[in-house]
Design a protein around this ligand. Structure first.
Ligand code: GRF
Length: 194
C-alpha cells in the first residue's frame, strides 16, 4: 500500500475524484495520507478535512527559498511514496524533484503536447483550444520533471469540443469526461507498478 500526498491550489474537484475512487476501490494500491495546498482558504482543504485526511498549507511566496526544503521534509516525514498534483499551480523544482524523480504525477487539461507549458493552466488552456478551433481536446496525466508539462505521458483521454462551447463549458466537460476518470486510473496504475 503506497502513501500518497495530493497537492492542490483551488476547488479540489480532482482531489474529490481521488477520494471517491479510494472509497469505491478504484484506487486500491495507495492511500491518500495528506493534502498540501499552495494557499489557505481553498475548498480543496475542506474536501480533505471532510474525508479525515491531514492537511497543510505550504506557500512558495511565504517560504521563498525554504519552500523546496519544507516540501521535501513534509513528504519524507510521512513516508510519502507518490505525489499527485491535482489543480496545483506552483512550479516544483530542485530537491523535491530530485528526491521524488519518477514519483510525481500531474493532471493537465489538454492532450499534451497541445496547449501546455508556461502560462497554460485552468481556463486559459480551454480558451486557447477554442481560439485554435480544435474539434477534439482532452486531458493528460504525466510524470513531472523540470520542464513544465514535459514529463513522460502516463494516460490521456479525448473529449469532443461542441459548437458554442465557452472556456467554462469546455472545462467542465473535460473535467467530467476525462480528468476525473484518468487521474484516479493513473494513480492506481502507478501505485500498483511501484
Ligand atoms: C482544472 O482545470 C484542472 O484541469 C487543473 O486545475 C483546474 C482546477 O482543478 N489541473 P481542481 O478542481 O482544483 O481539481
Amino acid at each position: 500500500m503506497k502513501n500518497i500526498a495530493v497537492l492542490v491550489s483551488g476547488g479540489g474537484t480532482n482531489l474529490q475524484a481521488l477520494i471517491d475512487a479510494q472509497n469505491s476501490g478504484i484506487i486500491k494500491s495507495g492511500r491518500i495520507k495528506a493534502v498540501v495546498s499552495s494557499k489557505s482558504g481553498v475548498y480543496a482543504l475542506e474536501r480533505a478535512e471532510k474525508a479525515g485526511i491531514e492537511t497543510a498549507v505550504i506557500g512558495k511566496k511565504e517560504l521563498g527559498d525554504g519552500f523546496d526544503a519544507a516540501m521535501t521534509a513534509f513528504m519524507k516525514e510521512r513516508g510519502i511514496d507518490l505525489i499527485v498534483l491535482a489543480g496545483y499551480l506552483s512550479i516544483l523544482s530542485g530537491e523535491l524533484l530530485r528526491e521524488y524523480e519518477g514519483r510525481i504525477i500531474n493532471i493537465h487539461p489538454s492532450l499534451i503536447p497541445s496547449f501546455c507549458g508556461d502560462g497554460f493552466y485552468g481556463l486559459r488552456v480551454h480558451r486557447a483550444a477554442l481560439d485554435y478551433g480544435v474539434k477534439v481536446t482532452g486531458a493528460t496525466v504525466h510524470f513531472v520533471n523540470e520542464i513544465v508539462d514535459g514529463g513522460r505521458i502516463i494516460m490521456q483521454k479525448a473529449v469532443e469540443v461542441h459548437d458554442g462551447d465557452t472556456p467554462e463549458t469546455l472545462q467542465r466537460r473535460v473535467m467530467e469526461e476525462a480528468e476525473w476518470k484518468i487521474l484516479p486510473a493513473a494513480v492506481e496504475k502507478v501505485c500498483a507498478e511501484m
